[in-house]
Design a protein around this ligand. Structure first.
Ligand SMILES: Cc1ncc(COP(=O)(O)O)c(C=O)c1O
Length: 404
């Protein structure tokens, strides 16, 4: 009976098939490349314990009280300094998933079109879906969204008077593919956004985790104050996801609306975790910690690339990305192979991944796989890729025999 009363959007909501599959792989005997979790051994728990106890000693009334919806003013000041923006451009969020939800809440009317990478971050698609958005997917190459296809698509949509509201981009070490958009392409995307009067939602959780290559300019710096960019950032990957702490950089008028939207969601982000991060920033402790993360994850990325080179069968069409940072790489199987069908065989061989179709808004590209290298140990990475190579080789032989 209560089911009948659900909203139209809630009625359309389905449990994610992928999350159900992932429950299968939470067994300790399975080597999982499936999650997107940081390595818990790298959480700076000692530093956090020290800072937390000082915060409780010095400012218990403030740290344990409700705080302003905008976030702790001193933390916002630190972040504004870090990003070279004004404090009015910063809103603290309960991590970046809330940023995705709040931006959707103030911008998406049911049926609005959003442009997304094909593939893109699954949680982004889920947030936009909750507000009944429609998607247009732009395929990627090794430099992120294909700008030639973006341009052609925008031209066509403009003729049809069906332009999207915004373009959602994960520009640095994208989840799921690991690819990064170079500065020149970012400029071109901004020009197109300006020509067609759209904004860019730039989601940057992995930006500080660069292991090779040169940094690219941030979208909001390239925008130069023209107010076409909203940026999401999170401490989940560079500190710990359990804090649920992030922030949005946006024009002040947008921040004003987001604050009102956030009041209806959770009043404020927890004051205690904000106080801890504020003190860590003030004491300049982030630099050394990020350096540490970069060197540990670089080793794991290299471990996975070496294992892929060593074990993967030489089959036409089997390829993978070589990310300069982040937590993931992306493997493409030859046409005709199906990572969803292969998944059960992989689990039988005690190895797990996320099927690439989960990151395509229409469930397409079933011959793709996302692999995470931050969570497993170096030994697990080597052994897991060896097993995965065996599964792929066997599946490829079967597909070939069936003549698919
Ligand atoms: C691209 C992207 N955006 C947002 C998130 C959400 O992160 P959080 O809510 O922990 O900040 C993730 C998490 O994996 C992500 O990969």
């Amino acid at each position: 009976m209560l089911e009948d009363k659900l909203s139209i959007v809630a009625k359309a909501m389905k449990r994610s098939e992928i999350r159900e599959l992932l429950k299968l792989v939470a067994r300790p005997d399975i080597i999982s490349f499936a999650g997107g979790m940081p390595d818990p051994k790298l959480f700076p728990s000692k530093v956090i314990a020290e800072v937390a106890s000082k915060v409780l000693e010095k400012e218990p009334e403030r740290a344990l009280q409700y705080g302003p919806t905008e976030g702790d003013a001193e933390l916002r000041k630190e972040l504004a300094k870090w990003d070279g923006v004004d404090i009015d451009n910063i809103l603290i969020t309960t991590a970046s998933q809330q940023g995705l939800d709040l931006v959707s809440k103030i911008f998406i009317d049911p049926g609005d079109t959003i442009m997304v990478g094909y593939p893109t971050y699954l949680g982004g698609l889920q947030a936009f879906n909750s507000y009944a958005a429609k998607f247009i997917g732009i395929p990627l190459d090794d430099e992120g969204m294909r700008v030639d296809i973006l341009e052609d698509t925008l031209q066509k949509l403009s003729r049809e008077e069906n332009l999207p509201k915004f373009i959602y981009i994960v520009p640095d070490f994208q989840n799921p593919t690991g690819v990064t958009m170079p500065t020149e392409r970012r400029k071109r995307v901004l020009e197109l956004a300006s020509k067609y009067d759209l904004f860019i939602l730039s989601d940057t959780p992995y930006r500080p985790l660069r292991y090779s290559g040169e940094p690219c300019a941030n979208f909001f710096h390239l925008d130069g104050g023209k107010e076409r960019v909203i940026t999401l950032f999170t401490f989940s990957k560079i500190l710990c996801p359990g804090f649920r702490l992030g922030y949005i950089v946006a024009p002040a008028v947008v921040i004003d609306k987001l604050v009102i939207a956030k009041q209806g969601t959770d009043l404020c982000t927890p004051s205690f975790t904000q106080a801890i991060v504020r003190e860590i920033m003030k004491q300049n402790m982030f630099g050394a910690h990020i350096k540490n993360l970069v060197s540990a994850y670089r080793e794991k990325r290299d471990g996975m690339l070496n294992a892929l080179n060593k074990y993967m069968p030489k089959i036409d069409g089997l390829r993978w990305t070589r990310p300069d940072g982040g937590l993931f790489l992306w493997l493409t199987l030859p046409e005709g192979m199906d990572a969803n069908i292969m998944f059960k065989k992989a689990v039988k061989d005690k190895i797990a991944y996320v099927v690439g179709s989960a990151f395509h808004y229409d469930g397409g590209c079933r011959n793709t796989i996302r692999l995470n290298f931050s969570f497993p140990s170096l030994e697990q990475i080597d052994e897991g890729i060896r097993r995965l190579a065996g599964v792929i080789e066997e599946e490829a032989r079967e597909v070939l025999c069936r003549g698919e």
